[in-house]
Design a protein around this ligand. Structure first.
Ligand code: AMP
Ligand code: TRP
Length: 329
């Protein structure tokens, strides 16, 4: 039996190169060695208000992007979270063993709730419990995600440990899996904060589906510094972020980049970086166009994925229900 890899991305808008480098790019190579399960976490997306039309559209677009990034629905299980009701059901059980204080201390909760201080919903607070349920339902060993998800994985581990020690072994203890470079891509306009698709300034991020001109313009406008010193260090975080993006796309070391561009300067580096990003994304974009045009194939894929996922999820849920003393149906 292969070990299980599980990850999910929210269909809450177009993906950035942060999502790509931190998560999506790393999904494909895991398919050979592991049983991979890749979810479109539409229930998570509901923690901020969504326009129903856009949510539907974004979900299909994200599925097409998964496939374009090389996820093989016959090797991996690719499905939509809301099609497997066990996610919400296990979440309820886990809610009953989750300390409120721990949820209130989550950094993502703190930063997102600050944006809507007058109107914080319970779903925003409980969101990490749903994420724990996603992971634990499939007896997941590894969770490939960006660095910003580390705290949520810690919570998942705490809940698994608490449940297992209270009721006997039920869940596999999951581990985070982050890429060496690209685990935290920073904003192009403010390199102290993470690149995010919900940023109000579109120049702060590059989308996987941005056209070539837009990518070139955004890279050229990216904030660096006026030191005119091409090196990789703590004091030049804007430049360091761009070097990291270059490294993640090309899979080379930052010292190689520094020695290549020391004499060429920031301008030439940015031009080449834009080219590398454009070339790196091109095959995905082309395949995306094919997948998104075939609605019935997308439907077949998510239905097949949900059928496979439910079989596994149901088994785990039944076991957990029994252990806490619920009478089997
Ligand atoms: P989300 O868009 O929040 O659903 O994130 C989907 C995946 O992308 C998660 O694994 C995140 O950790 C990852 N991710 C999001 N933003 C970044 C970023 N700026 N750098 C690296 N990974 C990211
Ligand atoms: N919370 C993750 C994010 O915002 C998305 C997510 C939901 C997830 N459930 C998951 C990631 C399970 C990995 C495993 O990026």
């Amino acid at each position: 039996m292969k070990e299980v890899v599980f990850s999910g991305i929210q269909p809450s808008g177009s993906l950035t190169i942060g999502n790509y480098l931190g998560a999506l790019k790393n999904f494909k190579p895991l398919q050979e060695e592991y049983q991979c399960i890749y979810c479109l976490v539409d229930l998570h997306a509901l923690t901020v208000e969504q326009d129903p039309k856009f949510l539907r559209k974004n979900t299909l677009q994200l599925l097409a992007l998964y496939l374009a990034a090389g996820l093989d629905p016959y090797k991996s299980i690719v499905f939509i979270q809301s099609h497997v009701p066990e996610h919400s059901e296990l979440q309820w059980l886990l809610n009953t063993i989750t300390p409120l204080g721990q949820l209130q201390r989550m950094t993502q909760y703190k930063s997102k709730s600050k944006l809507q201080e007058e109107n914080i919903q319970a779903g925003l607070l409980n969101y990490p419990v749903l994420m724990a349920s996603d992971i634990l339902l499939y007896q997941t060993k590894y969770v490939p995600v960006g660095e910003d998800q580390r705290q949520h994985i810690e919570l998942t581990r705490d809940l698994a440990m608490r449940f297992n020690s209270r009721y006997s072994d039920t869940f596999v203890m999951p581990e985070i899996m982050t890429p060496k470079v690209g685990a935290k891509v920073m904003s192009l306009q403010d390199p102290t904060s993470k690149m995010s698709k919900s940023d109000s300034d579109p120049n702060s991020y590059i989308l996987i589906l941005d056209d070539e001109k837009t990518i070139l313009r955004k890279v050229k406008r990216a904030v660096t510094d006026s030191l005119n010193n091409f090196s990789y260090n703590e004091d030049q975080i804007g430049l360091r972020n761009l070097i990291d993006i270059y490294c993640a796309f090309e899979e080379i070391n930052h010292s190689e980049i520094v020695s290549r561009y020391e004499s060429l300067g920031y301008g030439k580096f940015k031009e080449d970086l834009a080219e590398i990003i454009i070339e790196g994304l091109k095959p995905i974009k082309n395949r995306y166009e094919e997948y998104i045009a075939d609605r019935s194939e997308l439907e077949n894929i998510y239905r097949m994925g949900a059928d496979k996922a439910r079989k596994i999820a149901y088994k785990t849920l039944r076991k957990a229900y029994k252990k806490v003393g619920l009478i089997p149906r």
